[in-house]
Design a binder for this molecule. Structure first.
Ligand code: 6R9
Length: 653
């Protein structure tokens, strides 16, 4: 296979923090002497008690442990705020660009951000929130989202952010699982001029079982829409926070004390509460943010992710602020008021580093070059992608049209579980290949294994595992440590299994090929097929459901659902629409099925296992590929005629 290679640009390398020789040297040291390497990197943070221990980890099941900097003490909010006050007090920490471009943008200095975080932290203490308590954050992309996270960190409360696109049911499930005391939300969010009923969703969630732990709901006035306030449970944020002192004593946290929980979808069951701790996480996200984005003091850095996802946690809030950077928070969407918005925002705020998802690039590419070319984008020097594999065509458009063929692109592979970026080019060190995340960052040991767990050498394709720990790794599934071990460390014993497939080319560059488990990646958002199935079967007319992913031009993958109705119910377009609405209500709009096919029966093995491989083929295929001999081995099916019926129905569409 011939691959385009974009060599490191000399102009970039000259000024870069890390060039090729430095990358080779540091990488070799990081894997040969992890204690020395990560001990030195940890000094970039301000510790209340500097750690004397560095790495204490083992993936072996008999001896399993993941601890980093275990005797160190620090506070994450001190590292993101107080530490910068002397030299960067007046520097802009956050730029807020609202949904409506006619509304003024806000610039919040490190000094002001520190004061506002302290005020909320004091208010939370007054409301009875203590170290170790869980706090749910369900906010739009407004500065209060970052402020709430940092205020939790200040008092040692564990934040649990729920993405604003999740429904009341999803909020309730998460609140019940982690038992949070306080919810911080807003009257409404705004996306593309349309309100999102955040407070109403919280109200509905708190009517659902398991949510009794919640004592208080703090409500930010954002759109000023009228909302129900149920006293004394519901309190206006400004009424409780604005009168608080602007200093707040930070909690001393052990490096291994929890910083946050973030739920993510897996192949089975309900979403898992991924738990990250304080010291290793902060060291890792601050270091990778600086190295991968080649951060400079005067950069204006914009990551378009939502703080409801790990990318927002690590690379809008903790990494950039720990580094004293200026980070932009955008409330809106790429196509409002028009499809030029991203590029207009770049010009308006002189953004130098822009980090977004392939799905957004593909959608904007469809609109042609003109909406990009009517803007300048001269300030840009570096581009990044995250969330899913980027197709080379979209990469080239991003490079040539958005970046005027001037800006390197860092394709960053990582996961909620990994805390920070694990595989990515360094812009001053690594030649780029469209579609490849290229090389491991410092301390990361990727390997490819075949189905039997045999490690594959050289040019190969297999399942991606990691052979050793890195500081930003998740420590447990909240409340279910056994599930953590079972999910990640049992498939290929002695390694962390990522759930991704991957190819390594003859140069040693890594190409992520996508999930090999039952997780669908829709527009960079992880959805478990099991979650969508259980939402469908919770409808009284549904007997059984099977959900698979299929290739989708814009979203990367779409959601394809096969539904068997209970006896006596007839398929209809109305029922189909009702089931789609039902899934949106149970999980949220991001889980909306793209196709829903009626299935008189599902293809099962004699032991009753649904054969998803066949369902995937039917969902994927154009009609020519649906010839029976193209579906692979169907001999283990209990009733092969089921497949014929599904294919017939698919072809009839
Ligand atoms: C950060 C984030 C993780 C899954 C991951 C993989 C996919 C992420 C990617 C990528 C190819 C990239 N993924 N980045 N695939 N190239 N640069 O997205 O976390 O939401 O947990 O998703 O996303 O499949 O396993 P998360």
């Amino acid at each position: 296979m011939t691959q385009a290679v974009y060599p490191v640009r000399a102009q970039f390398a000259q000024r870069a923090r890390i060039d090729r020789a430095e990358y080779e040297r540091l990488y070799a040291q990081s894997v040969a002497q992890p204690d020395t390497f990560w001990g030195a990197v940890a000094q970039r943070l301000e510790w209340m008690t500097p750690p004397t221990q560095v790495k204490d980890t083992s993936f072996a099941l008999a001896d399993f442990r993941i601890r980093w900097y275990a005797d160190g003490e620090l506070n994450a909010s001190v590292n993101c705020l107080d530490r910068h006050l002397a030299a960067r007090g007046d520097k802009t920490a956050l730029i807020f660009e609202p949904d409506d471009p006619a509304q003024p943008a806000q610039r919040i200095s490190y000094r002001e951000l520190h004061a506002r975080v302290c005020q909320l932290a004091n208010a939370m203490r007054q409301l009875g929130v203590r170290k170790g308590d869980r706090v749910t954050i369900y906010l739009p992309m407004i500065p209060e989202a970052a402020i709430a996270m940092l205020a939790c960190a200040r008092i040692g409360a564990i934040h649990m952010v729920v993405f604003g696109g999740f429904s009341a049911h999803s909020i309730a499930d998460r609140v019940a699982d982690c038992g949070s005391k306080l919810i911080i939300t807003a009257d409404q969010g705004l996306r593309g001029g349309k309100p999102v009923a955040l407070k109403a969703n919280v109200d509905a969630a708190l009517k659902l079982p398991g949510t009794n732990s919640v004592e208080t709901v703090l409500v930010v006035r954002h759109t000023h829409a009228a909302v129900d306030m149920q006293m004394p449970r519901d309190r206006w944020y400004d009424a409780v926070v604005d009168s608080q002192p602007t200093q707040c004593e930070p909690e001393r946290m052990n490096a291994e004390d929890p910083l946050f929980i973030l739920y993510t979808s897996g192949s089975t069951g309900k979403p898992k509460g991924v738990l990250h701790t304080t010291g290793g996480y902060l060291v890792y996200v601050s270091y990778t943010h600086e190295a991968v984005f080649d951060l400079r003091e005067d950069d204006v850095y914009w990551c378009t992710a939502d703080v409801g996802w790990i990318t927002g946690h690590s690379y809008i809030v903790y990494g950039p602020l720990a580094n004293g950077a200026t980070a932009l928070m955008f409330e809106g969407v790429p196509n409002y008021p028009d499809v030029s918005r991203f590029w207009q925002v770049i010009d308006k705020h002189a953004v130098t580093i822009f980090y977004t998802a392939p799905t957004a690039i593909r959608a904007l590419m469809r609109e042609g070059d003109e909406p990009v070319q009517r803007t300048s984008r001269k300030s840009l020097r570096l581009l990044g992608t995250v969330g899913e594999p980027i197709n080379p065509e979209a990469w080239r458009w991003y490079h040539e049209v958005v970046g005027d063929a001037r800006c390197p692109i860092v394709d960053t592979w990582w996961q909620t579980e990994t805390g920070g970026i694990l595989i990515a080019p360094l812009p001053g060190a690594t030649d780029l290949k469209p579609g490849s995340a290229t090389r491991p960052v410092f301390g990361v040991l990727p390997a490819l294994v075949d189905a039997s767990g045999q490690v594959l050498e050289g040019e190969a394709e297999g399942n991606l595992v990691l052979l050793d720990s890195w500081p930003g790794q998740m420590r447990t599934v909240y409340g279910d440590h056994q599930r953590f071990i079972d999910t990640y460390f049992k498939t290929y014993p002695g390694t962390y299994f990522t759930g991704d497939g991957c190819r390594r080319d003859s140069d040693g560059d890594y190409w992520i090929t996508g999930r090999v488990d039952d997780v669908i990646n829709v527009s960079g958002h992880r959805i478990g097929t099991a979650e969508v199935e259980s939402a469908l079967v919770s409808h009284p007319k549904v007997a059984e459901a099977a959900v698979v992913g299929f290739p989708h031009d814009l979203k990367g993958q779409g959601i394809y659902a096969y539904v068997t109705l209970i006896a006596g119910e007839a398929p209809s377009d109305e029922l189909r629409a009702e089931l789609v609405r039902h899934v949106r209500a149970e999980i949220g709009p991001i889980a909306t099925p793209d196709h829903l096919q009626w299935a008189p029966g599902l293809p099962k093995t004699r032991s009753g296992k649904i054969m998803r491989r066949i369902l995937r083929k039917i969902a994927e295929a154009g009609s020519s590929q649906l010839a029976p001999d193209r579906l692979g081995d169907t001999s283990t099916l209990a009733d092969p005629s089921v497949v014929d019926a599904l294919v017939k129905e698919r072809l009839a569409k």
